[in-house]
Design a protein around this ligand. Structure first.
Ligand code: THU
Length: 160
């Protein structure tokens, strides 16, 4: 037996003012989208903005349901919208930010496991890695260069 360690390259910014212009703008789009979230059950609103290879920005937000497991994550809403509008265009980056109606989220909220899998599939589909920029409502911004960095030893269509 031997032990191996995986390490994740992650860029940590004190706040969004340290980001490059393109990433800062994308995060601002995500922030605008937060107000459109439908989250009457969790009170946790999520906004996502995708930058596509053709320069388009496509946004999405979470859409909850009284039947809780049917809640739609913002990342999946955004990727669904991009896939519908621009099926042949790669996504190059994704920004996600959140707002909780009852408390301050001061650290980045990373995409859930299902969303990581969906973003990873999008990377495979277009052979393009997707940078993920994450921020809470306030606080630092984290940036990783690919969904694969958040999903080591992942499952993919390559197994099928
Ligand atoms: N949520 C997202 O939109 N994205 C994630 O990656 C994690 C969770 C939403 C789903 C639900 O509406 C609320 O956040 C609380 O789980």
């Amino acid at each position: 037996m031997k032990q191996e360690k995986f390490s994740i390259p992650i860029e940590v910014y004190q706040d969004e003012s340290e980001l490059q212009e393109t990433d800062r703008r994308l995060l601002a789009h995500a922030e605008q989208q937060v107000s459109k979230a439908y989250a009457p059950y969790s009170h946790f609103k999520v906004g996502v903005a995708l930058l596509l290879a053709n320069g388009e920005v496509v946004t999405g937000n979470n859409v909850e349901n009284a039947a809780y497991p049917m809640c739609l994550c913002a990342e999946q809403a955004a990727i669904g919208a991009a896939s519908a509008r621009f099926p042949d265009v790669a996504v190059v980056s994704l920004a996600v930010t959140v707002f909780h109606e009852k408390k301050v989220i001061d650290q980045p909220a990373g995409p859930c496991g299902s969303c990581r899998q969906v973003i990873s599939e999008m990377e495979d589909r277009h052979q393009q890695s997707i940078s993920i920029i994450m921020r809470g409502t306030t606080g630092p911004v984290y940036k990783v260069r690919s969904a694969k960095d958040l999903l080591p030893i992942s499952f993919s269509g390559a197994f099928l």
